[in-house]
Every structure is written in C-alpha cells, then in structure tokens.
Ligand binder design. Structure first.
Ligand code: GRF
Length: 194
C-alpha cells in the first residue's frame, strides 16, 4: 500500500492522557494534516484518551490485556481493525506496550513513536525524570520508526532545547509543546512523501 494518494488513514495508539492524540485529531480536522484518524487503540479502557476519541468521533478499540491469553491474541484483533480501516500509518502516542511481530511484520516501516528524550538516551517510561536526575542540560523529543525493542528503531526527527533547572514538570510542559508540533510535521512529511 503506497502512502501517496490523497487522504491517509491514521491509527493512534495511546494509554493515558492523550494530548498527542488530541493534537493529531485536531490537525486532521483543521486540514493541517492530509489525513483522518480512523482508529484509536487504547489498552486502558478508563484512560482519558478514550473520552477524547469519543469527543472527536473517532472509532476506538479500548481493551484490557488481562482479557487475552497472549499479546499475539490482542494484536491479532488490532491487526484486523487496522486492515478493516485501511490504515496507512500507525502513530504510537504514549502507548505503554511493546509492539510484537504480529503487527510489526504487517506494518513494517509504517509504525512510528514519539518519545520525550533525545534517543538513544533515556529510553523507557521515566525519560524526563531520569534526564532531570542525571542533570542533563539539553532535553528533547524524538520521533522514530519502531522495532521490537523499547524505544528502538531508526530516528526520523529530533528537537532539542536547553534547560538548566531541575523542575521536571517544567521540562514536561516544554516537551509537550514541542511534541504537539513535531509529531504533526513528521506525520505530514511521511504521508505526503512519494
Ligand atoms: C508523551 O510525552 C510521549 O512522548 C510519550 O508519552 C507521552 C504521552 O503524552 N511517549 P500524551 O498521553 O500524548 O499526553
């Protein structure tokens, strides 16, 4: 499936607040992205992002992994939904699970992630706190293609900023501000490239 016809179908995977989902959905609605969010996948049915998706009228698959025997089982179900919606690009946005072969094999080169550090530094769920604790002076955001490892895969774009303080919530605020622009720019670049 090529990525060069007019409007693309995006799936967003999220686990929590969903501010990046909101940024992507809003950009689609305003016509800033040549795409629509055709599916939102969430592994926490109570997460706020589920309400955001409902507000935007986005089809949602909210599941509890505990109801499945294996990751392969729920990923097989996700795969069916991605195929049914003709998804061109999967955007992980705070999705706190590794993606396995079931999805990777079918959507190779079409799954991207956003991470709140300058990868390969500070992989994992506590990147901002770890960077602050380490005393880093330059923070940043990375968008990358994924592989089967945590926050692994070829880097597409990064943005950095200098900050000499130790207030993790201020770093997080600045990171989100960057993320909400950078992710849109990268998605637009991917879906419009020939
Ligand atoms: C973002 O900082 C993203 O980089 C990381 O998880 C966070 C998700 O935030 N992977 P939100 O749920 O989009 O607000």
């Amino acid at each position: 499936m090529g990525l060069n016809t007019q409007q693309k179908n995006i799936a967003v995977f999220a686990s929590g607040n969903g501010s990046n989902f909101e940024a992507i959905a809003g950009a689609c609605e305003r016509g800033e992205l040549a795409a629509r969010v055709a599916l939102m996948v969430c592994d926490h049915p109570d997460a706020y992002v589920v309400q955001r998706a409902a507000h935007h009228g986005v089809q949602t698959f909210a599941f509890d992994p505990k109801n499945y025997n294996t990751k392969a089982d729920y990923e097989a179900q996700i795969l069916q939904l991605l195929d049914a919606q003709n998804i061109d690009l999967v955007c992980l946005a705070g999705y706190m699970r590794l993606i396995s072969k079931v999805l990777l094999d079918q959507y190779e080169g079409r799954i991207i992630n956003i991470h709140p550090s300058l990868l390969p530094a500070f992989k994992g769920a506590h990147a901002i706190e770890q960077a602050v604790d380490y005393g880093v002076k330059v923070f940043g955001v990375t968008v990358h293609f994924i592989d089967s490892t945590m926050d692994g895969g070829r880097i597409i774009a990064q943005r950095a900023f200098a900050y000499e303080g130790s207030d993790a919530s201020e770093v997080e605020r600045r990171i989100h501000e960057i993320e909400h622009k950078l992710y849109i720019d990268v998605i637009q670049q991917i879906i419009t490239q020939k």
